[in-house]
Design a protein around this ligand. Structure first.
Ligand SMILES: [Zn+2]
Ligand SMILES: [Zn+2]
Length: 139
């Protein structure tokens, strides 16, 4: 076996020991259990078109669109940043309202995007000068 062993004596160890600033630790004894997040959990890498709801039998009406670029994230496997996600390309998202032509700024970062996706539709709908008043949009 190469590499180090968990520095914590006794107890039950789990996982491959990894070097931390405080020494070698197995998964159980790692200084922080960092949740591993992936940027692609809820976001489609393709352009996501939203609001395809049709209330009239007229021409197809798309009232808004979300553009999401997942970026490129890689988990750091070794070193004192083990377990962290390092982005070589930041995920980005942008919202565009086709009814009034409003465009959001480009949002970057997985956390900001998740928050953004959560509220942008409702937030803009409340402010949109061209928002359709009929029907309720299922969230
Ligand atoms: Zn251990
Ligand atoms: Zn609008």
């Amino acid at each position: 076996m190469t590499g180090g062993l968990c520095d914590v004596p006794g107890g039950s160890h789990d996982g491959q020991p990894r070097p931390y600033p405080c020494g070698w630790r197995c998964t159980t004894h790692a200084p922080q259990a960092r949740p591993t997040t992936t940027p692609t959990t809820t976001i489609s890498p393709a352009v996501a078109a939203a609001a395809q709801r049709q209330t009239h039998s007229g021409p197809r009406q798309v009232t808004s669109a979300l553009f999401v670029d997942c970026g490129d994230g890689r988990e750091t496997k070794h070193g004192d940043r083990a377990g962290q996600i390092r982005y070589t390309g930041q995920p980005r998202a942008r919202y565009e309202c086709l009814a009034c032509g409003w465009q959001s700024e480009t949002i970057t970062g997985p956390t900001a995007i998740r928050r953004f996706l959560d509220h942008i539709r409702a937030a803009h709908k409340a402010a949109c000068p061209a928002a359709p008043s009929e029907g309720a949009q299922a969230a």
